[in-house]
Write a protein that binds this ligand. Structure first.
Ligand code: TRP
Length: 357
């Protein structure tokens, strides 16, 4: 046993990972892993994926995809515990136990829940049903083909269990998960106070020191996202990447020297900043400023530099994806380690409650 702080994070296997996932999250996981200061746990949240009732075949393919993508990005089973959530049955038992201390009201007020419930019910207008009460009424009155399942409601309990069962100190997650992390701390405190114990500590988000890289979308929107359909995937080949970049939204070009750049153009420059050299950035910046910039040239440059970042990762993804036995072995070995620590926590929780261990 060592005294290293524990870091844990997970990704839901709902599709392939894109450049935003890689630069915003995964590459930081790898950096932290390689610093060697932490005991790290990185997992694939396939139980969470069940909340949106995926096709089972697709789900299992996606789990393998993410596993291959984790490894291709540089997560190393020799340095981190890499595992699949559903391989840890202790999580499910603790989920039941923790749920007894979680209020349905606080779950229903969670932003991610309201968002997903609205989607399940087909409420699309941004303001319609924005009110907690309206959403609640819609859910209760929904016909069976527009169901909001109980797993979706208790998503934060399951996430809290992922974190607490491994006794994580730090949980590197994006802004959209901060509310879930706050709930995790609240549930931990509540459990402690109910059972008059100090067993659970309160996990914190991880601050990378510098702001995480925010990758814009190719459609002029501020953020690359799966649901936005503006992504470069880590599995995209060079041709696909080039095509996507060449299609990116632009305008009529710079009209006056040294004018500010509209958002869609600034996004392209953000790509340059992320994947190109400072010299290249400066070159195009000057071209913009003296109004000689041709967007075709700019896009060709971005496409080439993006390909240089993505291609080596893609090759590794292909290697791991073709090695399903290796993937299964890595998942099995990761699960063994993760189960042992989960078991120890669950035993302690059972003891605290007064159950036989
Ligand atoms: N909810 C997270 C997401 O959608 C995935 C997740 C599940 C997670 N359990 C976790 C992240 C535990 C960090 C820690 O991205």
């Amino acid at each position: 046993m060592d005294n290293k702080k524990i870091v844990l994070s997970g990704i839901r296997p709902t599709g392939q990972l894109h450049l935003g996932n890689y630069l915003g999250a995964l590459s930081n996981f790898v950096k932290m892993q390689n610093e060697g200061l932490y005991d790290s746990y990185y997992f694939i949240a396939d139980l969470h994926a069940l909340t949106t009732n995926p096709d089972p075949k697709e789900l299992h393919t996606n789990v393998r995809h993410i596993l291959a993508e984790y490894l291709a990005a540089g997560l190393d089973p020799e340095k981190s515990t890499i595992f699949v959530q559903s391989d840890i049955p202790e999580v499910s038992e603790m989920y039941l136990l923790l749920n007894m201390h979680v209020g349905i009201g606080e779950l229903m007020r969670t932003a991610a829940f309201k968002d997903k419930a609205r989607k399940a019910l087909g409420i699309t207008a941004p303001n319609q049903g924005d009110d907690d009460e309206d959403v609640a009424k819609e859910i209760i009155g929904a016909s069976t083909n527009k169901r909001v399942n109980a797993g979706l409601l208790t998503y934060p309990t399951l996430m809290a269990v992922d974190i607490l069962i491994q006794r994580a100190d730090f949980v590197p997650v994006g802004k959209d998960q901060e509310q879930h992390l706050e709930l995790t701390r609240r549930f931990a405190r509540r459990f402690n106070s109910f059972y008059k114990t100090e067993y659970f500590k309160e996990p914190q988000n991880f601050n990378f020191g510098s702001a995480p890289v925010k990758v814009p979308g190719l459609d002029g929107s501020g953020k690359m996202g799966k649901s936005e359909g503006n992504c470069i995937y880590l599995r995209d080949d060079d041709k696909t990447i080039s095509k996507k970049v060449m299609r990116a939204v632009t305008d009529n070009g710079p009209q006056e020297p040294n004018s500010p750049r509209p958002d869609v153009i600034e996004n392209l420059f953000t790509f340059l900043r992320i994947v190109s050299t400072p010299d290249t950035y400066q070159y195009f910046d000057e071209k913009w400023n003296d109004c000689t910039l041709r967007y075709g040239d700019l896009k060709k440059q971005i496409a080439a530099d993006l390909c240089a970042v993505v291609a080596p990762i893609r090759e590794k993804i292909e290697y791991y994806s073709a090695n399903t036995e290796l993937l299964d072995q890595i998942a099995r070995e990761g699960a063994e380690v993760a189960r042992e620590s989960a078991r120890a926590t669950l035993d302690e929780v059972r003891r605290i409650i007064g159950f036989r261990v």
